[in-house]
Design a binder for this molecule. Structure first.
Ligand SMILES: Cc1cc2nc3c(=O)[nH]c(=O)nc-3n(C[C@H](O)[C@H](O)[C@H](O)COP(=O)(O)OP(=O)(O)OC[C@H]3O[C@@H](n4cnc5c(N)ncnc54)[C@H](O)[C@@H]3O)c2cc1C
Length: 302
C-alpha cells in the first residue's frame, strides 16, 4: 500500500459526528481520511431544529458548512465512497471501499449513524422527517397545538405521550393493533384527555409529505397533522461488529465515556452509539472522539 493511502485516522461516516471528529483531528495536525456514503438519516427533513446557531437550517447546508470548514485543514481528506470491509493489521487497521480501494490507519472512528427501518404502509416513507417525526425536540415546536398522533404502544408510548402532551391538547396514540396499556396507564391517558386508537393502520394520506389522514383496514379515516413514530433500526455499517465491537442490547455500538469501543484503537460517535439522537449530540460525540483519538496517538508517540 503506498504512503498516500496510509493515515493516522480513518473516519467512516462524514456527516455531523464524523466531520466534528475530523475537525478536532485536523486541528491536531493528524492525517485523516473521511469516507462518506452521503446518506445521512435526516436527508428528507426540510429544516433541522434545536442545534444552536443553525436552528431552522436545511440539514444538507449544515453538513456542507461543516465540510467546508473541516477541509480547510490540509491534513484532512474527504472521499465519497462506501466502506465495505475492515480488518486489523500490524500497524492498525485496513478499510476497503466499494470502489475496491484499500486504506490503512492507526485508528478508526465509526460515525456511521443508523438506518431507520420504515414500515411499508403507503405514505409513511413520503412523510418521514416532514410530518412523521422522530423527536419532539427536533420538530415538536413546529406542530404545537396541531391534531397530533403517536404511533407506538406500551411504555415507550407513555414516555412520548408525557412529552407531546406538553405541546398539544389534541393527542391520540395509534397502537396499530397492539393493546398493551396497563389499567394504570389507561387511567393516566384518560386523565390527560389522550385518546387511544387500536385499529390497524393501512396507509397515510398526505400532500407532499404533509399528513392529512390516517386510513385503517376498517372504519373511517382520522384527520391528523403530525405523527410521532419510533421505528426500528439497524447499524448503517456492519464493519464495527465484524471487527469485534460489542453492541448494546438496544443495538448501539457500545462505547465508554471516552467514545472507545470494546476494540482497542476503534472509536464510535453519533447516532450509532446512542438513542439521544440529535445533530448537537452527534457533534458533541464526534468532537470528544476526535480529542481522545488524538490524545491516544500523542501518548503513543511521547
Ligand atoms: C427524519 C429525521 C429528522 C431529524 N431532524 C433533526 C432535527 O431537526 N434536529 C436535530 O438535532 N436532529 C435531527 N435528527 C437527528 C439527526 O439527524 C441525527 O442525530 C444526526 O444526523 C446523527 O449524525 P451522525 O453523523 O451520527 O449520523 P448521520 O447524519 O446519519 O450520518 C451517517 C453518515 O455515515 C455514512 N455511512 C454509513 N455507513 C458508511 C460506510 N460503511 N461507508 C461510508 N459512509 C458510511 C452515511 O452515508 C451518512 O452520511 C433527525 C433525524 C431523522 C431521522
Amino acid at each position: 500500500m503506498n504512503d498516500n493511502n496510509h493515515f493516522d485516522v480513518i473516519i467512516i461516516g462524514g456527516s455531523y459526528a464524523g466531520l466534528s471528529a475530523a475537525m478536532a483531528l485536523g486541528r491536531s495536525l493528524r492525517k485523516v481520511l473521511i469516507i462518506d456514503g452521503g446518506r445521512p438519516c435526516n436527508r428528507q427533513t426540510p429544516h433541522s431544529h434545536n442545534f444552536i446557531t443553525q436552528d431552522g437550517e436545511k440539514p444538507a447546508v449544515i453538513a456542507e458548512k461543516a465540510r467546508t470548514q473541516v477541509l480547510q485543514y490540509r491534513t484532512v481528506s474527504f472521499l465519497n465512497d462506501f466502506a465495505i470491509s475492515g480488518n486489523a493489521t500490524d500497524e492498525g487497521f485496513a478499510i476497503t471501499t466499494r470502489t475496491s480501494q484499500t486504506y490503512s490507519a492507526k485508528k478508526l472512528v465509526f460515525a456511521t449513524g443508523i438506518k431507520d427501518l420504515l414500515p411499508d404502509n403507503e405514505g409513511f416513507a413520503d412523510c418521514w422527517g416532514i410530518s412523521v417525526i422522530h423527536c419532539p425536540y427536533c420538530h415538536g415546536y413546529e406542530v404545537k397545538g396541531e391534531i397530533t398522533g403517536i404511533l407506538d404502544h406500551g411504555d415507550t408510548a407513555m414516555h412520548l405521550a408525557s412529552l407531546v402532551n406538553n405541546l398539544t391538547d389534541d393527542l391520540t396514540i395509534f397502537t396499530n393493533g397492539q393493546s398493551d396499556f396497563t389499567a394504570e396507564q389507561t387511567a393516566q391517558l384518560t386523565a390527560n384527555q389522550i385518546k387511544v386508537e387500536n385499529r390497524l393502520i393501512e396507509r397515510l394520506e398526505h400532500q407532499n409529505g404533509q399528513l392529512e389522514r390516517i386510513h385503517f383496514t376498517d372504519g373511517p379515516p382520522v384527520a391528523i397533522k403530525a405523527l410521532y413514530a419510533r421505528v426500528p433500526f439497524v447499524q448503517h455499517s456492519d464493519i464495527p461488529e465484524s471487527l469485534g465491537c460489542q453492541l448494546t442490547e438496544q443495538g448501539f455500538i457500545e462505547v465508554n465515556a471516552m467514545q472507545q469501543t470494546s476494540v482497542p484503537g476503534v472509536f464510535a460517535c453519533g447516532d450509532n452509539t446512542t438513542p439521544m439522537r440529535s445533530v448537537a449530540s452527534a457533534v458533541a460525540g464526534g468532537n470528544f472522539a476526535g480529542a481522545v483519538v488524538n490524545k491516544e496517538l500523542c501518548s503513543e508517540q511521547f
